[in-house]
Write a protein that binds this ligand. Structure first.
Ligand SMILES: [Zn+2]
Ligand SMILES: [Zn+2]
Length: 273
């Protein structure tokens, strides 16, 4: 019986780890393949920093990400176990709170995470903590999608900390948490993409400007002490940490991207190979 329980637990741990690794390679891999390999000549003009990072940097991003996956897995499994013992606010029957709450809880998770991310990120830029932990993530000055989980182990613990925060603070259905984590990873991968994919005028639009772009987080990697937000720049604008040249820089990238579109594909292939 004990052996069966141990086997069941080992199966659960393997399933959690594989799903985190799988999502990471699937999302980061798809974006990397399209922008850096398959259509690299076509998207060159949308490249925020006009150079590619060396392979050794990409390998470092992947290696640190694998270490983070392990840490994420441990914390997530502990949260699941806490839920099974009735310590978290997880519920398994959607009808307990209804479909409206299911949708609303995902939005709530995103805003909660945005606040959590902004302030823990500011904390990690405190010099002693930056030197010990956050410097690792900033080794990617010209990041690729694989930098999404490239954290020092201390930072990995802080990053995954949002999961227990959600689990202990608000009622949540596992489906909502899964959708939230996929959306979060998607935004994370786009932030590290290195190419601008948002539409023209997005960063200065009355409404959309509050939502981040690839350029926003790319500037954080290049300039370090600005643009701390993940999904939105509400906190950045409130705390005056949004880079004053952000909107201008975004428009410059878009202008170059639009010019690139006028160049025929055959010419692009000759230029970029
Ligand atoms: Zn940072
Ligand atoms: Zn980053």
């Amino acid at each position: 019986m004990t052996a069966e329980i141990t086997l069941a637990k080992a199966g659960e741990i393997t399933r959690v780890l594989f799903s985190i690794v799988g999502r990471y390679f699937l999302l980061a891999g798809i974006f990397y393949f399209i922008f850096y390999v398959w259509k690299n000549h076509k998207f060159w003009y949308a490249k925020i920093q006009q150079r590619y990072p060396e392979n050794k940097h990409i390998l470092r991003e992947i290696s640190y990400s694998m270490l983070s996956v392990l840490i994420f897995g441990i914390i997530i499994i502990l949260t699941i176990v806490a839920g099974q013992k009735g310590y978290t606010r997880v519920y398994n029957n959607i009808h307990d709170y209804g479909y409206f709450y299911l949708f609303f809880s995902i939005i709530l998770m995103i805003f909660l995470h945005d606040t959590y991310f902004y302030w823990t990120h500011r904390l990690m830029h405190w010099k002693p903590l930056f030197r010990i932990a956050h410097k690792t993530h900033h080794l990617s000055i010209n990041p690729t999608p694989f930098a999404a989980y490239a954290f020092h182990p201390i930072e990995a613990v802080i990053e995954v900390g949002i999961i227990p925060v959600i689990a202990f603070v608000m009622p949540y259905h596992p489906i909502a948490l899964v959708i939230f984590t996929i959306y979060s990873l998607l935004l994370n991968v786009i932030g590290h993409l290195g190419f601008e994919i948002f539409p023209k005028g997005f960063a200065s639009h009355r409404l959309f400007k509050w939502h981040n772009t690839s350029t926003h987080h790319n500037m954080h990697h290049r300039l370090t002490r600005c643009n701390y937000g993940l999904y939105f720049n509400i906190w950045d604008r409130l705390m005056k940490t949004n880079h004053p040249e952000y909107e201008k820089s975004y428009d410059k990238v878009i202008e170059r991207r639009e010019q690139g579109k006028l160049i025929p594909d055959t010419e692009l292939e000759k230029i970029r190979g």
